[in-house]
Design a protein. Structure first.
Ligand SMILES: NC(=O)c1ccc[n+]([C@@H]2O[C@H](COP(=O)([O-])OP(=O)(O)OC[C@H]3O[C@@H](n4cnc5c(N)ncnc54)[C@H](OP(=O)(O)O)[C@@H]3O)[C@@H](O)[C@H]2O)c1
Length: 248
């Protein structure tokens, strides 16, 4: 039996790539493509959608997830912008509705490995900074991937013997030291010609370790999206991060 999929935000860059990727799968089919002016709730009911993939806008993603879960579909969420409080509320709702809500700040398997390696490195090298680059029009900074990486670095540090140096000083002479998130400075670059790049630089006495991931095409995200669509049918509640879906 094939999985009925709706892509919300289907006319944007990630949405278009997702529709094309789903159409190549034998075990799933696109039953509707929706955008800003469509009635998502009505489409889910009308097409008996099993899964809705949300690739929209940070301002819309929380309400979209509520609609998806309340209408009886699983949610696979690529849109950034869900807060910790949003995640908690969605977890409660998803469990009540006996559905899943998989939220992945980054669907690229290489990027997920970079994040996991960052967590490992932070256990030994506590001082880290993140430089992330995306296209000029990206509406949020830092990126969801950078925030998630900093979360994982903070988790890695909790086991560290050596704690990082003090947080970023705020003096006038230190204006360009980045955004301090959980003790990791994040520097966001927004330029044409970039899709999604990130470097995580760890400092140690006498050297540095740099982990780097570069996305050259949105196809890089699609194996992760497809995996999440399949897995969403077997999960319950909120799952945050492709690494949890991959089981690493
Ligand atoms: N998880 C990942 O691996 C990953 C990778 C890349 C990007 N992203 C994230 O995915 C999201 C989409 O990125 P993108 O590059 O595809 O952006 P995009 O090209 O701007 O596409 C977003 C689409 O969503 C539509 N939209 C906006 N509000 C909506 C709503 N309330 N309901 C339905 N559709 C709505 C937009 O319509 P209008 O044009 O009319 O506004 C647009 O067609 C962003 O949050 C981005 O950060 C995630």
């Amino acid at each position: 039996m094939s999985i009925n999929v709706i892509v919300n935000g289907a006319f944007g860059k990630m949405g278009e790539a997702t529709v094309a990727a789903v159409r190549q799968q034998e075990d799933m089919r696109i039953v509707a493509t929706t955008g800003r002016n469509d009635d998502l709730a009505a489409k889910i009911t009308h097409h008996t959608a099993d899964v809705v993939v949300d690739m929209t806008h940070p301002d819309a993603v929380f309400n979209n997830c509520i609609t998806i879960l309340q209408k009886g579909a699983h949610a696979v969420v690529g849109t950034t912008g869900l807060t910790d409080a949003n995640i908690t509320a969605l977890d409660t709702l998803a469990k009540k509705e006996k559905k899943s809500c998989i939220n992945c700040p980054n669907f690229a398997i290489g990027a997920v490995l970079m994040m996991q390696f960052s967590k490992q490195a932070a256990t030994y090298l506590s001082d880290a900074e993140i430089i992330e680059a995306h296209r000029k029009e990206k509406v949020d900074s830092p990126s969801g991937t950078a925030l998630r990486t900093a979360d994982l670095i903070a988790e890695g540090r909790s086991d560290a013997l050596v704690q990082p140096s003090d947080v970023i000083p705020q003096e006038e002479s230190q204006k360009a030291r980045g955004y301090n998130y959980k003790g990791t400075p994040i520097h966001s670059v927004r330029l044409p010609g970039v899709i999604a790049d990130q470097q995580v630089i760890f400092g140690e006495l006498g050297g540095t370790l740099t982990l780097s991931h570069k996305t050259t095409s949105r196809e890089a995200f699609m194996p992760g999206v497809i995996l999440c669509i399949r897995q969403s049918m077997h999960r319950l509640g909120v799952v945050v991060g492709l690494e949890k879906v991959m089981g690493i």
